[in-house]
Design a protein around this ligand. Structure first.
Ligand SMILES: Cc1cc2nc3c(=O)[nH]c(=O)nc-3n(C[C@H](O)[C@H](O)[C@H](O)COP(=O)(O)OP(=O)(O)OC[C@H]3O[C@@H](n4cnc5c(N)ncnc54)[C@H](O)[C@@H]3O)c2cc1C
Length: 388
């Protein structure tokens, strides 16, 4: 059923040039796979298109906050994070000053494992999961006709068309699947936005203990490090692009931030760092005719509070609920309000935290002062993960 196990050697699947589906979901991250699983569970003919072949590395801090964990459990998809580790504390550092806050309910798991499992869950629910397929929306389905998605196999120019009653665009921060509809106007990137970068490093490269998250901040960006269940260390950062160029590249700047906090990252330049486009950005629109945007594809805020996956999952649950109405009416506009209702307040809090962190020294002083108030350390930990 699932195309997860497909390899480039497999014969091309026999699919007609024009097909019909109830729902096409573009992107197999948490937003796409959870939406696809829930749509298929409702009995809709659902096709999930993912341009990469899983397992794949994803730029991410790999910490799923308590709201994301709870949303997965409510959606009966909690088995995707079986074997994840509990995160017990976050240690915040600026310069060589560190302070620790307790965390409750956050889980750690590599995105290679988690995303593969979620896509498999979608396949188990009856979704037609196709890996190595790049999709683009060529018609949003105005005038009550179906939406049209053009699909081509990665590395092949030949394309097929899928006609759908709803298209869920969950193609993430670098997503271009809406470009045929709106070109470069698709995204408005905030000036001075940082970019993301991450690598999975062998155990021993950085001494972060299991169960702890290190968040090391600097005026030029911040670096998070966590031990994965595999024993490897996930290092993920949001960096100022000019500072990264000045310092000799992302690896060198990450090593400098870590060293500035009194820790050592061995052989930083030798690791394979994977980057993202500029992070903080808004979509020109998140709903049009039969198309809705979910997860990072709907807009993105700097990831310091580590909630992007939770928002993606929560958004997916609401998207699956609203989908039948969009399919019946061909009018996706209610989605904008539903999405803002589900995650808007959390994104605004994350924006405020990210803005404060542009002044890490002042932020650390304020945190230290606040943490002396009885009960405040626990409260700050909850705010940091969106659990409050
Ligand atoms: C440095 C950094 C650290 C982070 N740390 C955390 C953290 O600790 N916790 C947390 O919750 N969040 C974190 N995030 C955010 C988190 O990674 C994202 O919010 C989350 O991955 C969003 O999920 P998604 O499904 O919307 O998109 P994605 O996970 O990006 O999935 C999108 C998928 O779409 C596919 N795709 C793209 N274009 C096409 C196309 N045309 N056709 C078909 N498929 C396509 C991509 O290959 C990809 O698999 C971090 C982000 C960064 C940059």
């Amino acid at each position: 059923m699932s195309a997860l196990a497909a390899t480039p050697q497999d014969p091309a699947p026999r699919v007609p040039t024009v097909e019909r589906a109830d729902a096409v979901v573009i992107g197999g991250g948490p937003a796409g796979s959870v939406t696809a699983a829930l749509l298929a569970r409702q009995g809709m003919r659902t096709v999930l298109l993912e341009r990469e072949r899983f397992p794949r590395h994803k730029v991410c801090g790999c910490c799923l906050g308590p709201r994301g964990v709870a949303a997965l459990a409510r959606a009966q998809l909690g088995d995707a994070i079986e074997g994840s580790h509990a995160l017990e504390s976050v240690s915040l550092a600026h310069s060589t000053r560190w302070m620790s806050l307790p965390l409750f309910g956050t889980r750690v798991m590599g995105r290679d494992v988690m995303d593969s499992r979620l896509a498999s869950s979608a396949a188990r629910e009856g979704c037609d999961v196709r890996m190595g397929m790049r999709a683009a929306v060529v018609d949003a389905g105005g005038g009550r006709g179906p939406a049209q998605v053009s699909v081509s196999e990665a590395g092949h120019s030949q394309s097929r068309t899928i006609l759908a009653r709803i298209v869920v665009c969950a193609d993430g921060i670098g997503g271009t699947s809406l470009s045929p509809l709106c070109g470069t106007a698709s995204w408005a990137v905030e000036p001075h936005s940082r970019f993301g970068v991450a690598a999975t490093l062998p155990a021993g490269t950085l001494g972060v203990p299991a169960g702890q998250l290190w968040m090391m901040s600097h005026a030029d960006g911040y670096v998070g490090a966590v031990r994965l269940p595999s024993g490897d260390v996930d290092v993920a950062a949001a960096l100022d692009p000019a500072a990264a160029r000045r310092t000799g590249g992302p690896g060198a700047l990450i090593a400098a931030v870590v060293a500035g906090c009194g820790r050592l990252l061995a052989d930083a330049a030798a690791h394979r760092w994977k980057g993202t486009p500029a992070l903080t950005r808004r979509r020109a629109w998140v709903a049009r005719d039969r198309v809705i945007c979910v997860g990072d594809a709907a807009g993105y805020v700097e990831p310091f509070t580590g909630e992007g996956m939770s928002w993606a999952i929560e958004g997916a649950v609401v998207a699956a609920r609203i989908a039948p109405a969009v399919m019946a009416s061909g009018d996706a506009t209610p989605w904008s309000l539903a999405l803002a209702d589900a995650i808007g307040a959390h994104q605004r809090r994350c924006r405020r935290v990210a803005a404060m962190l542009r002044y890490p020294r002042a932020t650390m002083c304020a945190l230290r002062a606040a943490s002396r108030v009885p009960g405040m350390r626990r409260r700050l930990g909850a705010i940091a993960t969106g659990a409050s």
